[in-house]
Design a protein around this ligand. Structure first.
Ligand SMILES: Nc1ncnc2c1ncn2[C@@H]1O[C@H](COP(=O)(O)OP(=O)(O)OP(=O)(O)O)[C@@H](O)[C@H]1O
Ligand SMILES: Cc1ncsc1CCO
Ligand SMILES: [Mg+2]
Length: 246
């Protein structure tokens, strides 16, 4: 049985420390594949929520000083309960964000990191051109992705025209893509949430990352055919394709 079927059967609750820009799209992705999204920013309820959640997705897109303790507290709870932690390190190449992520990784174990080429290179102490939330150079450099996996101990998903998924030993490439992904802000955040949802029901986090990334790419290809290059319609078609996936 594919992991998508397990998601539909188990309807896992996926807890999100989301950014405030794209959280509706993130909630939609989780719900359309059969999961149950929940967003919080309240420290007081984290212990209760991590008990019922099956995965934690931390997206630092709109971080602030108060959020670092929340990320750490939620991450520690997830680690203690053996639930997967997915990190979306939005614009981590910027100094303040880099400081926050460095501090976070000292305190918690992150199981999967999903970012663009510029963000992933940061974890390998390398520089790949980027501006804010966007990568400007979609390098397909397997050595960087492997190094990022080894340095962090996390599974790495580098998104771009070709997606790369790596643990410390192997790299898998996914080449199916649509250029309508790129214009739509938050498709990376959606992918991180989809990976979180798949890892919520699969003990094999590498398989979860691969299957979720493949499904997202293939759904994008189908959606692009349906909407004939209309980028706003693309998101709706993408969600419809995720809803229909099996
Ligand atoms: N140039 C491109 N052509 C086709 N697909 C792309 C391209 N760039 C990214 N993608 C796809 O778009 C999705 C989002 O990846 P991207 O690398 O843009 O994430 P991101 O920069 O974190 O995005 P965001 O910050 O908007 O959420 C992924 O499914 C990725 O495979
Ligand atoms: C545009 C933007 N700014 C902070 S987060 C975000 C959404 C992409 O991650
Ligand atoms: Mg991003």
């Amino acid at each position: 049985m594919g992991i998508i079927n397990q998601v539909r059967e188990k309807q896992p609750l996926v807890l999100n420390l989301a950014n405030t820009v794209t959280q509706q799209r993130v909630a939609d992705v989780i719900s359309y594949v059969g999961g149950s999204p929940l967003m919080t920013t309240a420290s007081n309820e984290l212990a209760e929520l991590m008990q019922i959640a099956s995965a934690l997705v931390i997206n630092i897109g709109t971080l602030n000083d108060e959020l670092l303790p929340l990320y750490i507290e939620a991450g520690k709870l997830a680690n203690q309960l053996n639930k997967p932690v997915i990190l979306d390190p939005v614009a981590v190449t910027l100094p303040y964000r880099g400081e926050i992520v460095t501090a976070l990784l000292k305190e918690i174990k992150v199981n999967i990191i999903r970012g663009n080429a510029a963000e992933i290179a940061w974890f390998a102490n390398q520089t790949v051109a980027g501006k804010g939330i966007d990568a400007l150079d979609n390098q397909i450099n397997e050595a960087i992705v492997l190094d990022a996996a080894q340095k962090t101990g996390a599974i790495i998903v580098q998104s771009g025209p070709t997606d790369l998924i790596a643990d410390g030993q192997q790299v898998i490439k996914i080449t199916a893509h649509s250029d309508l992904f790129k214009i739509n802000v938050g498709t990376g955040d959606m992918l991180s949430a989809l990976i979180g949802t798949f890892s919520a029901v699969s003990a094999d986090y590498f398989a979860a990352a691969v299957e979720a990334t493949e499904l997202f790419a293939n759904s994008g290809v189908k959606a692009a055919q349906i909407v004939e290059q209309k980028p706003a319609n693309f998101i709706n078609a993408l969600l419809d394709c995720l809803y229909e996936a099996n």
